[in-house]
Write a protein that binds this ligand. Structure first.
Ligand SMILES: Cc1cc2nc3c(=O)[nH]c(=O)nc-3n(C[C@H](O)[C@H](O)[C@H](O)COP(=O)(O)OP(=O)(O)OC[C@H]3O[C@@H](n4cnc5c(N)ncnc54)[C@H](O)[C@@H]3O)c2cc1C
Length: 313
């Protein structure tokens, strides 16, 4: 019978919503137990949050001053120790998980399944390839621990309302000294986080300039949405890099995605293919974005957006 260990992602004493999506993926295996490990200097608040995710059996709270910052090389030996007795060790396919899980896999002497999209059995999974143009089925040898990152855009978060037990656990692992935390450079914004927002408004090259992007921010604020951008808009310097959506940017799955002045290149679409409703605003009726949009509006964005905003208010 399977037992899954999930590594919780958290920052500033708050659990990242990606963790509940990883729990959803773990539930698809129908395991005997799903335990969530919270590594932190003081894990109490995050552990309590994790315990409320439905489907979680136990939360393992690992308090250690060395865990104050999420450094993969420091976390990995502890997770590898905790992994004893588990058939699966999962983390989110976020920057955190992509950094940590390969190190865990290496310490366990196994490979890693990346971007797990669906579960076909305890050791059979699907994952995207070629920017989502091909879906491949991967099979892990049944006698090996399955270490995987879960593609968060493919899973609906497990609901709240659980009441798992929280256990304080001491892990006896040798921690490296060659990798140290220096600082975290993070964009500050009052808007919702792009990766986890329910609504996202993105602007492309069609927006024309950094100043013009104000029109995108206005609509986003009216909708309570996060703001994203195409790579062309980022490369042109209209917005910073962390706002890029797509193959080499963020992969997102909001309820509503509004693409403004974006043509719909395959590399952009890769980032939004799991969005529930896609609205496209583009002056070119032949733009490829209209092929995947649920709602398309052909028109000049500088005319359409103020009208939309007025209608919304
Ligand atoms: C390896 C690789 C990785 C890549 N990764 C990414 C990625 O992660 N994300 C990404 O987005 N791209 C990525 N790209 C780039 C991608 O191929 C496209 O070049 C890019 O997405 C185009 O951005 P765009 O749609 O904003 O610009 P364009 O393709 O130039 O489209 C602009 C659109 O705006 C419309 N428009 C212009 N003016 C107006 C107006 N006034 N009103 C309404 N509509 C207007 C035009 O009709 C046009 O459709 C990648 C490319 C490569 C090779």
């Amino acid at each position: 019978m399977s037992k899954v260990l999930i590594v919780a992602e958290h920052l500033g004493g708050q659990l990242n919503p990606a963790t509940a999506k990883v729990v959803a993926a773990a539930r698809a295996i129908s395991p005997e137990a799903i335990d969530v490990a919270v590594l932190a200097a003081d894990p109490a608040a995050v552990a309590a949050e994790a315990a409320r995710i439905e489907g979680v059996s136990r939360v393992l709270a690992v308090a250690n001053p060395a865990n104050e910052h999420p450094v993969a090389q420091v976390y990995a030996p502890q997770v590898a120790k905790l992994a004893e007795g588990y058939s699966h060790v999962f983390g989110p396919s976020t920057t955190f998980g992509k950094d940590l899980m390969p190190a865990v896999a290496a310490l366990l002497g196994t490979g890693q399944v990346s971007d797990l999209m669906s579960v076909e059995g305890p050791s059979r999974f699907t994952r995207p390839m070629y920017a989502g143009n091909a879906i491949v089925t991967v099979e892990v040898p049944a006698d090996e621990t399955v270490v995987a990152t879960v593609r968060v855009a493919s899973w609906q978060a497990a609901a709240g309302g659980g009441s798992a037990a929280v256990e304080n656990v001491a892990v006896d692992a040798t921690l490296p000294t060659h990798t140290r935390y220096k600082d975290l450079s993070q964009a500050k914004s009052d808007r919702p986080d792009l990766q986890s927002a329910q609504r996202v408004v993105s602007g492309g090259r069609g927006v024309g300039s950094a100043e013009n992007f104000e029109i995108i921010y206005k609509l986003a604020d009216r909708l309570g949405a996060a703001v994203g951008a195409s790579r062309a808009a980022v490369d042109a310097g209209y917005v910073p890099n962390e706002m890029q959506v797509g193959q080499t940017g963020k992969i997102i799955a909001p309820e509503l995605y509004v693409a403004v002045g974006i043509s719909g290149a395959i590399q952009h679409l890769t980032g939004i293919k799991d969005a529930r409703t896609i609205v496209a605003i583009n002056k070119d009726p032949e733009a490829p974005i209209f092929e995947i949009a649920d709602i398309g509006l052909v028109g000049d964005l500088f005319k359409v957006l103020p009208e939309l905003e007025a209608a919304l208010s």
